[in-house]
Design a protein around this ligand. Sequence first.
Ligand SMILES: N[C@@H](CCC(=O)N[C@@H](CS)C(=O)NCC(=O)O)C(=O)O
Length: 207
Amino acid sequence: MLKILGRDNSINVRKVLWLCEELGLAYAREDWGQSHRGTDDPAFRALNPVGLIPVLVDGEVVLWESNVILRYLAARQGRSDLLPEEPAARARVEIWMDWQASDFSNALRAAFHGLVRKNPDYADPAVIEASRQAWVRMMAVLEGQLEKAGGHVAGPDFTLADIPIGLTVNRWFLTPIERPDLPAVAAYYDRLNERPAYRAHGRNGVP
Ligand SMILES: N[C@@H](CCC(=O)N[C@@H](CS)C(=O)NCC(=O)O)C(=O)O
């Protein structure tokens, strides 16, 4: 059985839990990180030298980096509907995954960690406001994409790209900030909510 290491309120662990649910894959999850076992434990570092969650163990295969794990599981299950094999179609999915993991996450970090996690490293109101403004700019990009794409972030149908983006949208609605009205994003949030796996691991009250 698959083993997933990481607490279930981590956005990056939730990506993997959501996908396992979509794929109908059984797994055992172990709590690691923050108030649980620390990821500086040598047993954990032996699996992931950078000490971050999630880690996936699939027999001899040990992986870290959440979006890599998503790609691995979709390919393992032959789900080219979620991650196309044709290079251009695949790249159109991966653009949104990589953007979420880089510029998008960097933009919202201070607002989210300052206001929701109450992390003292992000207590400066000016830094939080700059982060909020950057987050709004990223969400305007997403709004434009959703207006064009026809239902989901990489096109009409659900793909792997919707997992990182859908979790970030959940975070947007659960963070106490001033938000502009973004109708395509709101409709997308409700569309994702039709998926039991999103209700279980995405829009489940956890920011
Ligand atoms: N790029 C990594 C980022 C992983 C990451 O930042 N994980 C956070 C939780 S979301 C973590 O391990 N934090 C330390 C902890 O929880 O102890 C990925 O996508 O997997």
